[in-house]
Design a protein around this ligand. Structure first.
Ligand code: IVH
Length: 706
């Protein structure tokens, strides 16, 4: 093609050559970004690009809408190529209340100057919670696919879009130029299967289907995208060489006839009341759709009206998204399971038909306790107007922040005729011991103690958790495995520290077992040995005694200073009277309930023996007592940035053990800021305030030997 100089080209051959160049260059881009081997060299690529620019300079009116010169710096080194949208991709204004919808309709009537009786129709359709994509078809062929990006410039994901089954490569009977816009999403079922596969392979687990869809579409290796089950709903369009239809509904039907998936819940209505009724219907169906939606979009049906209404800076005047209330969703309660915790508490857990609440798929929620299920609060007063919760009920789930989902309400109208009230077990489902509810306690507890496998396993899980022994390579999963192992078993904390010695006597060594090897077994034994020397506060917290949390354990440990003194104090307090008992109660933060829990644990023969077996395996280090002279006693310290030598929890515990007060924010009162890599605003503020700042090593040097 470069045989003729540009000056000698006529218009027809220039147009033809630009088309050929676009095809070659865009194809090379796509291959490059898809990590397929590009079929031309970089030098050839540059030569074609130059030729393209030269022809465009000579024939500016022939410059194509998909001109390769508008595509930034291809082939790029990494990431995706950028695509400037021929028509901006807009977002939508939001409506939250019914009145907002009525205002929207009224506003449009007013803008268009329509009288109250003039017909005005709107479409209403689900707002899919995925990511938007613009597909460009030229002469029926898919030539470009771009993410929304900032609305003006998106990313070139053509190779990836081509792997999506519901995006046709070729369409027939379409306008010569057509940009189809819509949403890429992942169904709940596919999302769960993907996460299960990812878990198995130790890959990234996605928080919700939207993240999974975005992560899957934005893969530099299109083969990864191909293996991810993405889908596409078409609901809008960008540039078109001729109108698709006269109405929104007509255009959607046209897209459907061209082979695109369109949403079956799209319907047309004439009043805001009807729109809202459709919204309510879709809201009720939300849990059973099998994919995430976060509202309903209303659009003026008449495309001539749409054109008149036009756009504000980033949103169309002719459309609005009626969002679902945040973090609330209806779904069906499929079962109630009872979980037994480390302190024996029987916790009812709702098993739900999966539903997305605030962007996260929820299939479990807490039901708190038996009274909550009955519709009573802690004092026996009615909640939910006394409505109880039954298996099979439609329940409203909510999430506040990051906490475990809860059930807010139930829909009595949807209750099945033969439903029966839930019968809370009075026997531990794990060990069969009586589950007892003491006076004044909202919680029913298994009385089995350590004979209850659920309690034992939960206690062990707590024991190895982060703030506690935090043994690398020994997490909840391994604890579960060792607990049920008949040869190399871990039934109580002390067993962890005899694991290596016991393994040595086994016929089949750990290293020869499934999922283990010499390296991983040795690593585990080393990690266990590393924890034989451990601070008193950590040990006390790790025991997982009822009411004794991390903070309380630290306070108590600091008060007594050493394990030996503490043990003697527990023995002396066994009768819950006398000087030792009074001293225990005098500790700031220790009340009668906690003190009783402590003393009881150390006086019950089995539990005491188990604790002492553990202590025998350890070297429990003393905790510095407050008042001891340390350069950090009474100082207010703040940690920020990444700590590399210890966890944040550990650093905090250590500082507190030395009598420092650890605060989360920098103020004029702060004495020392310990700033690790990545420290940001706190370090800046500290500098402004002239707060003494140390790095992690500086801090460790300061407290060394204390
Ligand atoms: S119409 C000019 N319809 O919501 C209006 N958008 O918040 C173009 N979305 O960026 C959008 N479902 O990604 C439209 N049925 C639907 C939609 C929908 C999901 C997304 C889209 C858009 C965002 C705006």
């Amino acid at each position: 093609m470069a045989d003729i100089t540009v000056a000698d080209l006529d218009e027809n051959s220039a147009r033809a050559e630009l088309a050929a160049l676009a095809k070659a260059l865009l194809g090379a881009n796509a291959k490059y970004h898809g990590r397929d081997a590009p079929d031309i060299s970089d030098a050839d690529y540059d030569r074609l690009k130059l030729r393209n620019s030269a022809i465009e300079a000579a024939f500016p009116h022939l410059k194509r809408a998909d001109s390769p010169s508008d595509q930034v710096g291809a082939p790029v080194q990494d990431g995706f190529g950028k695509i400037t949208h021929a028509q901006r991709m807009m977002s939508l204004g939001n409506a939250f209340e019914d009145e907002d919808v009525a205002d929207f309709v009224q506003g449009i009537r007013k803008y268009l100057g329509l009288g109250a009786d003039a017909p005005l129709a709107f479409t209403a359709e689900p707002k899919i919670d995925g990511l938007s994509l613009s597909l460009r078809y030229e002469n029926g062929r898919l030539v470009q696919a771009a993410t929304r990006g900032d609305g003006a410039v998106g990313e070139d994901v053509l190779a990836n879009a081509r792997t999506i089954a519901t995006i046709p490569d070729v369409i027939e009977g379409a306008p010569d130029l057509l940009e189809v816009r819509g949403e890429v999403y992942m169904s709940h079922a596919d999302f769960e299967a993907l996460n299960a596969r990812q878990t198995e392979r130790g890959g990234k687990v996605f928080a919700n289907p939207r993240n999974a869809a975005a992560g899957s579409l934005r893969q530099l290796d299109a083969e990864i995208t191909r293996a991810r089950p993405l889908k596409f709903f078409a609901y809008a369009w960008g540039v078109v060489s001729e109108p698709l239809a006269e109405t929104q509904m007509g255009a959607i039907l046209r897209l459907k006839s061209l082979g695109f998936d369109t949403n079956a819940l799209t319907a047309c209505f004439e009043t805001s009341a009807r729109l809202i009724a459709h919204y309510r219907k879709i809201e009720q169906m939300r849990a059973s759709l099998g994919y995430d939606i976060d509202g309903v979009v209303y659009k003026v049906d008449d495309l001539a009206y749409q054109a008149r209404l036009g756009f504000r800076s980033t949103t169309p005047r002719w459309a609005i998204a009626h969002k679902f209330p945040a973090e609330l969703a209806w779904t069906r309660l499929e079962a109630i399971d009872i979980q037994v915790g480390r302190t024996g508490a029987l916790s009812p857990v709702a098993r739900l038909a999966p539903v997305t609440v605030g962007g996260v798929v929820v299939s479990n929620a807490t039901l708190h306790n038996e009274d909550y299920i009955k519709g009573l609060d802690g004092k026996g007063a009615p909640i939910r107007e006394g409505r109880d919760i039954r298996i099979g009920d439609w329940v409203q789930v909510f999430r506040a922040g990051d906490v475990i989902p809860k059930i807010k309400d139930i829909d009595l109208e949807k209750r099945a005729a033969g439903s029966v009230a839930y019968d809370f077990p009075t026997i531990c489902p794990e060990c069969g011991s009586a589950a007892i509810r003491e006076m004044g306690d909202a919680i029913r507890r298994c009385s089995g103690g350590l004979i209850c496998p659920a309690q034992a396993v939960e206690k062990l899980k707590h024991f190895v958790s982060r703030g506690a022994f935090d043994i690398e390579g020994l997490g909840a999963k391994q604890v579960e495995m060792f607990y049920h192992d008949s040869n190399l078993t871990i039934r109580e904390p002390a067993d962890i520290f005899t694991l290596k010695a016991r393994d040595a006597t086994q016929l089949t060594k750990l290293k020869n077992r499934d999922g283990w090897g010499a390296k991983s077994a040795d690593k585990l034994f080393d990690a266990i040995d590393e924890r034989r020397r451990i601070g008193f506060a950590r040990v006390l917290f790790a025991l997982g005694l009822r009411h004794v949390g991390e903070q309380s354990a630290a306070l108590i440990a600091r008060h007594y200073g050493s394990w030996g003194i503490f043990l003697a104090a527990m023995d002396a307090s066994a009768q819950k009277s006398g000087a030792a008992w009074d001293e225990l109660l005098s500790i700031d933060g220790v009340g009668e309930v906690m003190a009783t829990s402590l003393v009881t644990s150390f006086s019950q023969a089995a539990e005491r023996a188990s604790i002492l077996r553990l202590a025998d395996e350890l070297t429990i280090q003393d905790e510095a007592q407050p008042g001891t002279d340390s350069p950090v006693t009474g100082k207010i310290v703040v940690f920020t940035g990444t700590l590399e030598k210890m966890t944040r929890a550990e650093a905090k515990a250590r500082a507190e053990a030395l009598g420092a007060k650890v605060s989360g924010s920098v103020s004029a009162k702060t004495d020392i800021l310990i700033a690790g890599p990545g420290a940001g605003s706190k370090a800046k503020k500290a500098a402004e305030l002239g707060v003494h700042t140390l790095d992690e090593d500086g801090w460790l040097a300061l407290i060394a030997g204390l």
